[in-house]
Design a binder for this molecule. Structure first.
Ligand code: ADP
Length: 438
């Protein structure tokens, strides 16, 4: 046995002939191989299993078990079956050669041994073995890769199946949502159609109502207008009777006549107010530019208010574009009411204004009169709504209805703030320009 560097290829030489061993030992060692020697088959098998060689040079003719049997046993054991075996023999008939290959030999070297030939064949077999190992390693790597790919593919298929399941579930959800949405849309369409029908019906009724209303207004106008003549005549006759019979009738009859004249006077006032109220529906507003302060001062002056009435004025009155006739109807009624429904010893009326929004002015008429209970503050703007008897306060119950109608036709609004005993303030909101409401 000869020492050789570790990692050198290790060759086990099984041969019982010292001459053959001698021939080979030096050239193989010099060629860089590590050599171990066994002198019979069984020793060779033992050594091969103990320290696995890279190649075995095996003599065929050996004591006890021959080379072929040794080879067969090497190939029967898992750890040694891959080691390439090269036979060395002087037997040269074909049957022996075939037998050698049949039991697992990879090559055949004839004796007498030529070291150069042995070296060449050994190198070839080792190179073949290395190639085989490489191929096996590549094969194993490939198989691992294939296995990994198969695993990845299986995972992908699973993910795909999950995804499909998820999509199917989501699609089912969406279909359900879609169906309920459609049902909801259909329901809304039905509701909208019903609403449209109801609206249509309402519009129809409103038109009918408006027609009936204007017919009634027309009727009120005609009746009021036609009643003016007879009422004037009754008034005149009653006056004449009272004057002619003044000397001859008793005091009781004179009182009755005076009552008649008063009643006819009230009827005339009612008819006049009604006529004015009816006319408001027929006239179109004719706006002009007015200095509100000047306009209201002229109006107050024309009313000839009693001397116990004190009128206070706000500052810097604005100029507005409005209809003076309608404005007169509004503020005349409000100012006269402020005087009429007032029992203070010094009746005070305050007229003021402020801009509540760009282009919108609010004019206030405040008094220190009897005030109005909160629950009546809306209904007093309706026609014929009075809170007092004729004996308490004169009137027809039409004044504030005229105010409401006139303010509306100017594109404004009216409201009152009041409390019994604490006076009242009427607020009239009007656009500065007459076209602001269009
Ligand atoms: P009339 O003055 O002819 O009674 P109006 O329509 O002008 O009718 O007013 C309706 C009612 O509103 C009045 O009868 C009165 O009770 C109440 N009212 C109107 N203005 C005032 C006011 N300034 N102070 C207190 N009450 C008022």
């Amino acid at each position: 046995m000869t020492a050789a560097p570790a990692n050198n290829p290790h060759i086990l030489l099984i041969d019982d002939n010292p001459a053959d061993i001698d021939v080979l030992l030096d050239p193989l060692t010099e060629a860089g191989f590590e050599i171990s020697v066994a002198e019979d088959g069984e020793d060779g098998l033992e050594q091969a299993q103990y320290d696995l060689p890279d190649l075995i040079l095996l003599d065929v003719v050996l004591p006890r078990i021959d080379g072929f049997e040794t080879c067969r046993r090497l190939k029967a054991v898992e750890c040694t079956q891959e080691i390439p075996v090269i036979f060395m023999t002087s037997l040269t008939n074909l049957a022996d050669k075939v037998h050698g290959f049949a039991v697992g030999g990879v090559d055949y070297i004839p004796k007498p041994i030529q070291p150069a030939e042995v070296l060449a064949r050994v190198r070839t077999q080792l190179a073949l073995r290395d190639l085989q190992r490489q191929l096996a390693a590549q094969n194993a790597a490939l198989q691992q890769e294939v296995a990994e790919r198969q695993r990845a593919e299986a995972a992908l298929q699973r993910a795909n199946a999950d995804l499909e399941q998820h999509i199917a579930a989501r699609t089912a959800d969406l279909n359900t949502a879609n169906a309920s949405l459609r049902a909801e849309i259909a329901e809304r369409q039905r509701a909208e159609e019903e609403l449209w029908r109801a609206n249509h019906e309402l519009a129809h009724q409103a038109a009918e109502l408006q027609a009936a209303n204007s017919e009634l207004a027309q009727y009120a106008y005609v009746v009021s207008h036609d009643l003016q003549g007879p009422l004037r005549a009754i008034h005149n006759y009653a006056d004449l009777l009272a004057a002619d019979l003044a000397a001859t009738i008793s005091g009781e009859i004179a009182l009755l006549l005076a009552g008649l004249v008063r009643a006819v006077g009230e009827a005339q006032a009612l008819v006049e107010d009604l006529l004015e109220f009816s006319r408001l529906g027929h006239q179109r507003a004719a706006p002009e530019s007015l200095d509100l302060g000047t306009f209201l001062r002229a109006l107050v002056a024309s009313l000839g208010l009693p001397p116990d009435v004190e009128v206070g004025w706000g500052q810097d009155w604005p100029t507005i574009e409005s209809d003076p006739i309608l404005l007169r109807q509004i503020f005349q009624n409000l100012i006269l009411n402020a005087v009429k429904f007032n029992r203070a010893s010094r009746k005070r009326i305050a007229l003021g204004w402020r801009e509540v929004a760009p282009g919108l002015v609010e004019i206030s008429v405040r008094d220190n009169g009897i005030g109005i209970e909160r629950r009546y503050q809306t209904q007093i703007f309706r026609v014929f709504q009075r809170l007092h008897t004729h004996q308490e306060y004169e009137g027809t119950g039409i004044g504030l209805a005229i105010v409401q109608k006139a303010v509306t036709s100017l594109g404004g609004a009216v409201r009152v703030e009041s409390a019994p005993g604490a006076g009242s303030t009427f607020f009239v909101t009007l656009p500065r320009r007459s076209d602001a409401r269009e």
